[in-house]
Design a protein around this ligand. Structure first.
Ligand code: NDP
Length: 325
């Protein structure tokens, strides 16, 4: 099979497309023929070696994939069944989706939900699932469309784009934050009614600022997240899932203790199966058909290594779909 393989020599990560004997696939009770994968921020960190993502070499990256069951020793899955996988350390600790086959444990697989095909599932991918988990956190925190505007940071990326589209479709007034003026038209198409430049929200601010946001989905972290918290309305909810701008949080407790603001962490990797399925079903219902056309570009497995560098250089907008077969 063809696979992107990561090896480490003298502390440096080397990525190459290789022919690999499927007998080398790791243990697992279900083997999947992969049709589509997606390039995520974490994949880009793994492939370029810029983040400590990979726990064991050699590694096949790819934290998500969609395909058909090739062989199964798990009674829940039969040969030919369409399945998707996101998270569970696949592409980090266990060979992942940037290959023509993967062998995994059946517990990590989700049967392809009705109303979705494999390609669309990977347009959504880990990024879209995470965006939906963020939106669910806002809803569960009582943030309704009537409560006021909601903000999405890193808006032109995979998670951000999907969050903008989901929130707009649910009737929220969405303010998108982006560092790239060339993406503003795209963000308006997805449903952003207001756009702020990343620079406007990146300077150190005061512990409490004018109250603006009823809710927020933050993919960036760092000073931007601290500022969003300081600008949150009384009772606002901020769902934080990413660190594209930094892993620190240089803020104060003031928004929490004086404005009852809630900071909700979001993890998609180990989200329980029932919550994942609920998120997938909601995504299918909420996202308009136009989303799938507007948000993705498609590359073959052979272009993944180049695209990983482009993603980290902030040169990619939306989702990068990997056509494996
Ligand atoms: P993308 O690269 O597609 O998007 C990230 C976006 O962040 C970019 O498009 C850009 O948006 C913005 N950005 C990039 N660099 C910087 C910077 N230096 N400072 C501020 N903003 C920046 O990544 P994904 O959407 O796939 O992932 C976003 C984040 O969410 C990542 O940190 C990822 O690790 C995390 N994540 C977490 C998950 C979880 O389970 N918790 C699951 C999936 C992702 P713009 O140009 O519009 O400003």
């Amino acid at each position: 099979m063809q696979a992107v393989v990561l090896e480490q020599h003298n502390g440096q990560t080397h990525a190459a497309l290789q022919s690999v004997d499927p007998a080398r696939l790791p243990p697992g009770n279900v083997t999947v023929d992969i049709d589509w994968s997606g390039l995520n921020y974490k994949d880009a960190l793994a492939i370029t070696g810029r983040g400590k993502i990979v726990r064991a070499f050699p590694m096949v990256p790819g934290i998500d994939f969609a395909g058909r069951v090739h062989h199964s020793e798990d009674p829940r899955f039969h040969v030919g069944q369409a399945v998707i996988l996101t998270g569970w350390g696949v592409g980090e600790m266990h060979w992942g989706g940037m290959a023509e086959q993967a062998r995994v444990t059946g517990d990590w697989l989700v049967p392809l939900p009705e109303g979705l095909d494999a390609r669309r599932a990977m347009i959504i991918g880990t990024a879209g699932l995470t965006a939906m988990l963020c939106v669910m956190a806002l809803q569960e925190g009582g943030v309704t469309p009537e409560a006021g505007p909601v903000l999405v940071s890193g808006a032109s990326g995979g998670v951000g784009s999907t969050a903008v589209a989901l929130l707009h479709a649910l009737g929220y007034a969405v303010t998108a934050v982006s560092g790239r003026p060339q993406t503003y038209d795209y963000l308006r198409q997805l449903g952003a009614s207001e756009i702020l430049s990343r620079a406007e929200l990146s300077a150190p601010g005061r512990p409490l600022e004018k109250q603006r946001w009823a809710g927020a989905v933050d993919t960036v972290g760092g000073q931007l997240l601290a500022n969003v918290l300081a600008q949150s309305r009384y009772g606002g909810v901020v769902a934080t899932c990413g660190l594209a701008g930094g892993a620190d949080l240089p803020g104060s407790v003031m928004p929490f203790i004086l404005r009852n603001v809630r900071l909700q962490g979001i993890d998609s990797v180990r989200a329980p199966a029932a919550r994942r399925l609920s998120a997938w079903r909601q995504i299918i219902k909420i996202l308009p058909h136009s989303f799938y056309k507007n948000v993705s570009s498609e590359i073959p497995l052979s272009d993944v290594i180049l695209a990983a560098s482009q993603l980290l250089a902030n040169e990619i907008q939306g989702r990068t779909l990997v056509k494996v077969r």
